[in-house]
Each structure stands twice: as structure tokens, then as C-alpha cells.
Unconditional design. Structure first.
Length: 382
């Protein structure tokens, strides 16, 4: 059955040279790049985070309430047991009280134990009868709760699908994917506008239950699974899986289903980057090489490495921000702007700040600048 789950440590992907799997380090909290493919599942499940408890929890709660009502009824009958008569021996024991409370609340009423005194009859009218009604309400309510849970899930799923537009899909909720999602949310992307696709049960649980994200559980190389994530209406797609061949298949499938989406893919090997671009990716990030370069820079110049690390952590210290130029900056050089300009975005081209073509800013240009996090507002996510 295909499903989608809404909001109510994973083994670290430690690989040796050329992707060979290294021995895990059990002492560390573990997280891998989500499988999201090849291992896959036959269908897809959508998990929508929800604040209300699950059916089992609700049933257990109602069962506890029913036991409380039963215990209260037993106590009332036991305290007033001298006013009750047993047709067998005229003596009402604790077991007889339990028996009487059970058959009374369940409306069975065999009549072998009856209230004989006026006080006992009054207690039955004033206390036992309301408790019987409460007990029946709990019983019927529990039954309806179980029967209607599936209907509510379908309604929530249909409502979610009808309102989802221009969202971001992340394939693979591992270390890289987790960081990508939290960076997006730090920049103002709504949690409701992000959909996770992963086939690993631990990743699904973490994303849906812990991070309250909508998760589609299934093999992302299958078009059917991506359709469950409403890929045709997505604006951005991030592919962060643990194998480059899986990344290529996911990218091909996503591009086939959505020609206009901006697709960013993480790969492990530099030589696979051109293949991923040919598969339809707009941007390719070589995660292993990028981490290696940062290690090398940090070794040669710890201060430079610290600055680069700071820039990669949005919301702390300095941030790289893309913004449009204002009217006063048109016709000026990047150096005359109030911010530290790193690059100029003109059309679909990105020019370095020292590029001769970027010597004079034009209307419509966008600037990539370095600013203190406290000095700017969060940019609007596109």
C-alpha cells in the first residue's frame, strides 16, 4: 500500500576511498545519507506530522478512562455493600462488587445482585447510572476513533495536496540532507513547504516525528514515489543520496516529471559531476571534494578555514546573502556599494566582483554580498 506521512540516529555513512564502506564507529551518534533508492520499497507512504496522538495511544487512554470508571463504580458499591443483596448467599463480597459493577456498566444486568435499600437505589440513580453512560460513551468513542482514523488521514492528505505549490523536495534525509533542510528553514523557508523523500525507516521517523516534516517513504528513483511528493508542482529539488548512480537516476526521473524545477544534486566523485549535469541537474556539489578542500585550507590557514566555516553556517556570524541592487547602486562599481560584494549575478551568469563585465552595475543585477547576520533580514526563499 502506498502511503504519505504527515508531522504529528542513523548509521554514519563512513566510506573509504572510492566509496568503499568503512567500519562504523558505534560510539558516535550515527546518521547516513538517506537511501532513497535502489534499496527501495514497492510503494510510497506519505507521513504528515500531526500534534494529536496516534490511534493506539488514544485507545490506551480511553481504556485507562474506562478502568477508572469501573474502579470508581466498584468503590461506590463496596462502600455501600450492606444495602445490596446477593440471591445466592445474601452476602456481598469485594468480588461480588467487581462482578456487579462490570455487568451494570456493560448494561447486562443479570439481576442476581440488586440494591435492596433506598440509599443504594438512590446511589444507583445518582452515581451508577451516569457512570454507566460515561462508560458507554468511552466504549463507543473508542470504536469510532479507530474506524474514522483512516478517513481523517485521507482528508488531511487531500487537503495537503490541494494546498502544496512551489515547494522544495529533499531526497535523502542523511547528514547532508539534514543540514540542507535546516539551512533552508534558517533562511525563512516554511517547514510546511518542504517535503522529504527517503526509504530508510529511521530517517522517516526522524524527519516526521522529530522535525515535524512531511515525508514520503519510498524509492525516489520511481516516478510514482516522486509524484506522491507532488514533484510536478515543486520549485526546488535537492538530491542528497549516498550513491552517485542513485543520484543520477533520481535526477533523471525528477527532470522528466518537472522541466522547470531547479535541481541541486550532491555527488561524491568529481568525475560523476558532468554526468549528473547531463541528467538534468542545474547545480552539482561535490561533497567529498568540498570537505577535502576545506580541510586543506584549514590546515594551511586555520583563520581562513574558520571564516569559510562561518560563511557556510547561515545565521551565525557572517552570511553570504544574495540581494537585488537598489536604484542608487545602478551605474556604480561593486566596490562603491555599502556591502562587501563577492559576485554579481547578471541574467543567468555569475560574475566575480573583479570581472571587467561587472565593473559597472546595471538595473536588474543581483549582488552576492557578505554581511553580518545581525545586520540583515532573512531573505525571502524563492
Amino acid at each position: 500500500m502506498k502511503t504519505v506521512r504527515f508531522p504529528d540516529d542513523r548509521p554514519a555513512d563512513r566510506r573509504g576511498p572510492r566509496g568503499a564502506l568503512a567500519r562504523p564507529m558505534p560510539a558516535l551518534r550515527k546518521r547516513t545519507e538517506g537511501p532513497a533508492g535502489l534499496a527501495g520499497q514497492a510503494g510510497a507512504t506519505v507521513h504528515i506530522p500531526k500534534e494529536r496522538p496516534g490511534p493506539l495511544v488514544q485507545v490506551l487512554r480511553r481504556f485507562g478512562m474506562a478502568l477508572l470508571v469501573l474502579a470508581l463504580t466498584i468503590l461506590i458499591v463496596y462502600v455501600d455493600r450492606d444495602n445490596y443483596r446477593d440471591s445466592v448467599d445474601d452476602r456481598v463480597s469485594l468480588l461480588d462488587c467487581v462482578y456487579y459493577a462490570t455487568v451494570t456498566l456493560s448494561t447486562t444486568g443479570y439481576g442476581d445482585i440488586v440494591p435492596a435499600g433506598d440509599a443504594a437505589r438512590l446511589v444507583n440513580v445518582v452515581l451508577i447510572t451516569p457512570l454507566r453512560v460515561v462508560f458507554l460513551i468511552i466504549l463507543v468513542g473508542t470504536t469510532l476513533e479507530v474506524l474514522t482514523e483512516r478517513t481523517r488521514e485521507l482528508l488531511r492528505l487531500n487537503r495537503w495536496r490541494s494546498t502544496l505549490r512551489d515547494h522544495t523536495i529533499l531526497v535523502g534525509y542523511g547528514t547532508t540532507g539534514y543540514s540542507a533542510v535546516h539551512t533552508l528553514m534558517a533562511q525563512g523557508v516554511s517547514r510546511d513547504n518542504i517535503v522529504i523523500v527517503d526509504s530508510d525507516p529511521e530517517a522517516v521517523s526522524e524527519a516526521s516525528d522529530d522535525d515535524k516534516l512531511v515525508v514520503v517513504s519510498g524509492d525516489a528513483t520511481r516516478a510514482e514515489v516522486l509524484r506522491r511528493a507532488e514533484v510536478e508542482r515543486a520549485r526546488n529539488i535537492i538530491v542528497s543520496v549516498n550513491r552517485d548512480d542513485t543520484a543520477a537516476l533520481v535526477t533523471l526521473t525528477a527532470r522528466q516529471l518537472n522541466r522547470r524545477a531547479w535541481i541541486v544534486v550532491a555527488v561524491r566523485e568529481d568525475e560523476n559531476a558532468p554526468l549528473i549535469r547531463q541528467s538534468g541537474a542545474d547545480s552539482v556539489v561535490t561533497t567529498a571534494s568540498a570537505a577535502g578542500r576545506l580541510l586543506g585550507v584549514s590546515m594551511l590557514s586555520p583563520n581562513v578555514g574558520e571564516v569559510m566555516e562561518d560563511l557556510m553556517h547561515y545565521g551565525q556570524g557572517m552570511d553570504l546573502v544574495e540581494r537585488p541592487i537598489d536604484k542608487r547602486e545602478a551605474g556604480r562599481s561593486p566596490g562603491e556599494c555599502g556591502d562587501l560584494v563577492v559576485a554579481v549575478v547578471r541574467g543567468h551568469r555569475t560574475l566575480r566582483h573583479d570581472d571587467p563585465e561587472a565593473a559597472v552595475l546595471s538595473a536588474g543585477d543581483r549582488l552576492v554580498v557578505i554581511k553580518s547576520h545581525k545586520s540583515h533580514q532573512k531573505p525571502t526563499a524563492s
